[in-house]
Design a protein around this ligand. Structure first.
Ligand code: MN
Length: 133
């Protein structure tokens, strides 16, 4: 057993997030493992841009209340204990509610030894999309 030194918290960059988002790397698997587990904390109103994952994603909400949306579908409220899976290449976003923090674990896999990105980022989620019906 090994107690790991804690990597520094990273700020979610404005190219891929709206609002204040903080990311704590929990597991970054070393080859041949490709697992990636991050704890992602969204401030109220903060959210990811639209994106998809080459190998899909599992989210496990650990705190607060947020929402997820798949392109072309209704937004879904998520809260602590909820687990959401996204299949490969499905376009979606996730974030906090406007009046709640939300923290989730993000579980993904790296695509391989190449530099191919695991996430394909797209446009930001507009206020109309975030607040609209
Ligand atoms: Mn995602």
């Amino acid at each position: 057993m090994e107690k790991k030194s804690k990597p520094a918290t990273m700020k979610g960059v404005s190219e891929t997030f709206t609002g204040e988002v903080w990311i704590d790397p929990i597991v970054t698997g070393e080859e041949p493992s490709r697992i990636r587990v991050n704890s992602v904390r969204f401030s109220p109103g903060a959210r990811s841009a639209w994106h998809s994952h080459v190998l899909g994603q599992t989210l496990c909400v650990t705190d607060g209340v947020g929402q997820v949306q798949t392109k072309g579908q209704e937004r879904v409220i998520i809260q602590a204990g909820d687990v959401v899976t996204t299949p490969p290449h499905e376009v979606h976003w996730h974030g906090a509610l406007a009046d709640h923090y939300m923290t989730h674990l993000s579980i993904t896999e790296g695509v391989g030894p190449s530099d191919e990105p695991e996430t394909n980022w797209m446009q930001h989620v507009t206020d109309e999309e975030y607040f609209g019906e």
